[in-house]
Design a binder for this molecule. Structure first.
Ligand code: PNS
Length: 158
């Protein structure tokens, strides 16, 4: 079984994330989408809400499992017998941070990180920018799945 992890905060999942998850699902038998539980960072959606959204929007791929984790990603990989991490790279600005994390993760555990280039259609997209635009009434349709769009608008309006 070739298994891989796509980790992240996913607050909320965007079409950019979904593009990476979907393309990864065609290369591996099982993709574990791992949602970080980060008590230090204020999030818009709870971890369980993020998991529900991810499950709904990845259902059609057929080989995605959504889990939560806290602590080190490499410990989660060891527990789940996952040898490989897949990360999307949007631009050179992502590279320094991602390279350091990939090297540290390899050094700690031997877990490999593979980088997938983001679809240029979404290379400018991040969950934090998305929330900022939506918060001030900007149109984010087309950047997130419809289900996420409706929950996002509802949450920010409420
Ligand atoms: O979507 P994000 O917030 O960019 O995801 C970052 C994430 C979850 C992949 C990263 O913060 C992570 O792996 N955190 C777990 C803690 C960890 O393993 N830190 C050591 C990295 S060298």
């Amino acid at each position: 079984m070739r298994r891989v992890v796509c980790p992240g905060s996913f607050d909320p999942v965007t079409n950019g994330h979904l593009d990476i998850i979907g393309r990864t699902s065609r290369l591996y038998d099982e993709v574990v989408v791992a949602v970080l539980i980060n008590i230090e960072k204020r999030s818009l959606f709870t971890v369980d809400e993020r998991i529900e959204m991810l499950q709904a929007v990845t259902k059609e791929y057929g080989n995605i499992r959504v889990e939560k984790f806290h602590g080190l990603l490499v410990d989660f990989c060891r527990q789940q017998s996952i040898p490989t991490i897949v990360k999307g790279l949007r631009a050179v600005s992502d590279f320094d941070y991602e390279l350091q994390m990939a090297q540290l993760n390899y050094r700690m555990s031997g877990v490999e990180t593979l980088f997938m280039s983001t679809n240029p259609e979404y290379s400018f997209l991040s969950s934090s920018r998305l929330k900022e635009i939506a918060r001030y009434g900007g149109d984010v349709s087309g950047l997130v799945p419809d289900l996420v769009h409706d929950l996002l608008v509802e949450r920010l309006r409420g």
